[in-house]
Design a protein. Structure first.
Length: 206
């Protein structure tokens, strides 16, 4: 297999590895993959995960890579809050949640961090079409709840203000969905943090 054939065959995959290539060329040798890497024809993102140079050009490419590196996972927390216009910061590490162990991956194409959620809390995300590949990302309501659940120190008005959540963007969320998702967590402490955030948002909007 030439590198040009590989680009054509592997384009549907956000990342690829030896196993992916062998779906098309069962006899493909590990040494060929190593030679491509040494020659700069492919970039190693993590163990068993590679991309082609120039294949990552916008945030949706990074989101699809984040989904592919660690499964199951979906983009959430600070990254999703930024994407949905809830916080002003540009997030330099793609943040996700997973049912697996907490993990961080630093690579030439970007940094990816994963926080653990229980299996029953793995909901509230949607498929979003990207430039080249679809990705899974939290709904804005779930991104807020994921963040508050995994960061319990944000339980007071002064701490919640530090998040710099945009009151107008917050007012556009579905209150029904927020409440329904919050009930599914089954944590009174999370509901307390959500209600405190709602008060902060109400005060900021007046």
């Amino acid at each position: 297999m030439t590198i040009h054939e590989a680009r054509h065959l592997l384009d549907p995959f956000p990342t690829f590895g030896l196993g992916t290539i062998r779906l098309f060329r069962p006899g493909f040798a590990q040494q060929s993959l190593a030679r491509w890497k040494a020659a700069g024809r492919i970039i190693r993102v993590a163990s068993g995960h590679y991309v082609f140079p120039g294949s990552v050009s916008d945030e949706t490419d990074l989101f699809a890579i984040a989904n592919s590196l660690y499964r199951p996972s979906y983009v959430s927390l600070e990254t999703a809050l930024s994407v949905h216009g809830l916080i002003p910061e540009t997030i330099h590490s793609v943040t996700s949640v997973t049912t697996r162990k907490t993990r961080r991956v630093d690579s030439p194409v970007g940094s990816f961090s994963y926080r653990t959620l229980g299996t029953r809390l793995f909901f509230g995300y949607v498929r979003q079409e990207g430039r080249r590949h679809p990705c899974m990302i939290a709904r804005p309501e779930k991104a807020i709840l994921d963040f508050l659940y995994l960061n319990p120190s944000y339980d007071r008005p002064d701490a919640l203000r530090e998040l710099r959540i945009d009151p107008e963007a917050f007012s556009g969320l579905s209150q029904r969905r927020l409440d329904a998702y919050c009930r599914r967590f089954g944590k009174g402490s999370l509901e307390h943090r959500l209600r405190a955030l709602e008060v902060v948002m109400s005060d900021a909007g007046t």
